[in-house]
Design a protein around this ligand. Structure first.
Ligand code: GLU
Length: 447
């Protein structure tokens, strides 16, 4: 069997970290199985779908490292949905209903008042041609419901285990609205069949839809794909992400300067039995991917944890992997600089500060009380080119001559050399600053 999955966003906005997680899980699953990943835009809602959102979602996925094997737009596939609707009508499985929302609401209330479940009474199914003609003469246009089978649907969810739903306890779903537009269900099932989707991996908010969809697959003469419904992401506070979608959009996380692989690592590993550790490429994530590792409990997305993961990823990034991006930032000063400065950044853009501190113009900070000490330290600088032993040799000599030790010894030198009270290891930074700049900085206060 060809393994084929799909990520099916509605292009009515950009994707957020929760949607991206669904895309990443699908992607890893497909890559691990040697299968295909389809990006399917669910854009049948013509009023709300926009081409720029679809383009934006493609860009977001590309940034994350996901290159779809196939891209489809539902808006180009109406002929298939129309044909499926006709097939269902011919088979008596799609029937016209004429109730207004108010009438439906009144029915619901009456059922509840009588202690009955508010399941649609299938009144539409019993209308004669004459009844229908009369209702249409009143100016009503039909919406169309799918007649569910009277049975329990049982399927083995690859995350949640065996799921069983009694279809008699739910209303026949509306597949086509009064204005002729399709709701999500029919186009989704038709496409999953037509595109040979083998596995539907998506959020658990769709798990009840799955039972209805299984019935629809079978009504159309197909068989349902395998399902895996993963738990949804919540914020660190345990609440749904929906209210903070803006700041958690992939576009915003990218603009905030996070590494794509930090976002991917977090999204792929959160809510699984694997530890959340930074991955530099998809390889390791693909190898260790297993739907069975996904927990059924809600997965917590913690921005602080992502920030931390981002920093850890950068701290481990070898020079060869980052040189091009350093050059683009005007901060490529070779491997030694990267290896010492990377420990002090949490986002790549922070590197420019250390580049400036090392090679640029800084304002040395020398307190009046330290002036004589700092100026005196210049005389103790060892001869010859600076290397990683210079700092030790130099500060030992300064300690000896000044009698200072600990912070009183090191901090004034750091403040004079970098203008800051914190930063990368001076033993490794000093050779990069070099003799001339070091002397210039140490003597600024003495002129
Ligand atoms: N467009 C649907 C959504 O974004 C797709 C659901 C599915 O994967 O079937 O929720």
């Amino acid at each position: 069997m060809t393994i084929r999955v799909r990520f099916a966003p509605s292009p009515t906005g950009r994707i957020h970290i929760g949607n991206a997680r669904t895309a990443i899980l699908n992607w890893l699953f497909a890559r691990k199985a040697g299968g295909e990943f389809i990006l399917r835009f669910d854009d049948t809602d013509r009023a709300r779908s926009r081409a720029e959102f679809a383009d934006g979602i493609s860009e977001d996925l590309a940034w994350l490292g996901i290159a779809p094997d196939i891209v489809q737009h539902q808006s180009k596939r109406f002929a298939l949905y129309d044909a499926a609707a006709e097939q269902l009508k011919d088979g008596g499985r799609l029937y016209a209903c004429y109730e207004t929302p108010d009438e439906l609401e009144r029915k619901r209330k009456r059922q509840l008042a009588r202690g009955k479940p508010p399941v649609y009474d299938r009144a539409g199914l019993n209308l004669s041609d004459e009844d229908r003609a009369k209702l249409e003469a009143e100016g009503r246009t039909p919406h169309w419901r799918f007649k569910l089978s009277a049975r329990a649907v049982v399927f083995d969810d690859l995350v949640r285990g065996e799921q069983s739903f009694d279809l008699t306890s739910v209303s026949d779903p509306v597949l086509i609205r009064g204005d002729g537009s399709y709701l999500y269900t029919l186009p989704s099932v038709v496409d999953d069949m037509d595109m040979g989707v083998s596995h539907v991996i998506r959020g658990e908010d769709h798990v009840t839809n799955a039972a209805v969809q299984v019935d629809l697959f079978e009504a159309l003469g197909g068989t349902a794909p395998a399902f895996a419904h993963h738990s949804l992401l919540t914020g660190a506070d345990g609440k749904g992400l929906s209210k903070r979608l803006g700041s958690l959009s992939i576009e915003a996380l990218r603009a905030a300067g996070l590494e794509a692989m930090a976002v991917v690592s977090h999204a792929a590993l959160v809510g699984t039995s694997d530890a959340i550790v930074p991955h530099h490429d998809m390889g390791g994530l693909i190898d260790s991917f297993d739907l069975g590792k996904l927990s059924r409990a809600p997965a917590r997305f913690d921005e602080a944890e992502l920030a931390n993961l981002n920093a850890r990823l950068l701290h481990e990034t070898p020079y060869s992997e980052i040189a091009g991006r350093l050059a683009a930032l005007g901060c490529d000063a070779g491997e030694a600089f990267w290896l010492v400065a990377r420990q002090n950044i949490s986002k790549l853009a922070d590197i420019s500060q250390w580049h400036e501190v090392t090679y640029g113009e800084i304002d040395p900070v020398i307190a009046a009380d330290d002036l004589a000490f700092v100026t005196g330290a210049v005389d103790a600088l060892p001869d010859g080119a600076f290397d990683e032993t210079t700092w030790k040799t130099w500060t030992s000599a300064v300690k000896e001559s000044s009698g200072r030790k600990g912070k009183a010894l090191f901090m004034p030198l750091r403040l004079a050399l970098t203008g800051l009270d914190h930063g990368p290891e001076l033993a490794r930074l000093l050779p990069l600053i070099g003799r001339d700049r070091a002397i210039e900085r140490l003597t600024t206060g003495s002129g």
